[in-house]
Write a new protein. Sequence first.
Length: 247
Amino acid sequence: MTEKNFRNEQSGEQTEDSPSSELIDKAELIERTGQSVSENSKHLIHCLTVIGQIEGHYAAPSGTKTTKYEHIMPALVAIEQDRSIEGLLIILNTVGGDVEAGLAIAELISGMKTPTVSVVLGGGHSIGVPLAVSAKLSFIVPSATMTIHPVRMNGLVLGVPQTLTYFEAMQKRITDFVCRNSRISPERFSELMMNTGELVLDMGTVIDGETAVKEGLIDRLGSLSDAIEALYELIETGKPRYPDDEK
């Protein structure tokens, strides 16, 4: 370190050889929340990652990779308010998690005016399904999988009719949201969800990327470059273009 830089460091001044506060802020943002903003691209887009387990009202065990809804929800509000951000890219690789927290995040994304595109990498399981379809346009890589199954709850469950009614109401909320934001029918989604011949210890269905597109759950088969190109088009035209021109 030069004498000049040492003096400036002691006084708190920025130099050409020292990192700017802006770079430090961005690095800290990525480290803490997995979020980043691309400023040197064709359009200013924000990348939001949804990985691991969706953490809701209760903290996940130590060592578990999580996406915390108390971080994601304020970030989405900030993105929607920031008119300099032209688009939002959502990258998903999640095993699912808290149903209400995941559905709340999905509702926020679906209600945004900011152009949004999602891409499923690895897995978009359980409550990850509504999160994947919440964007205005969704992508999935061929090797990714999605697990569709009924709502489950851990811990004490009271064996009374009201409990069954609650589960049915929660499941209807999820089914309605998924079908409203994708091209799959409620009947087909329920059929995949209640399948008893595939998962050993549970009801449900595991589908790969190509099947997810064929079923109408996800819009397109593609990876990162495809998703970014589609997001640029969505920013420029104001509406997504689908293979069949409708969603």
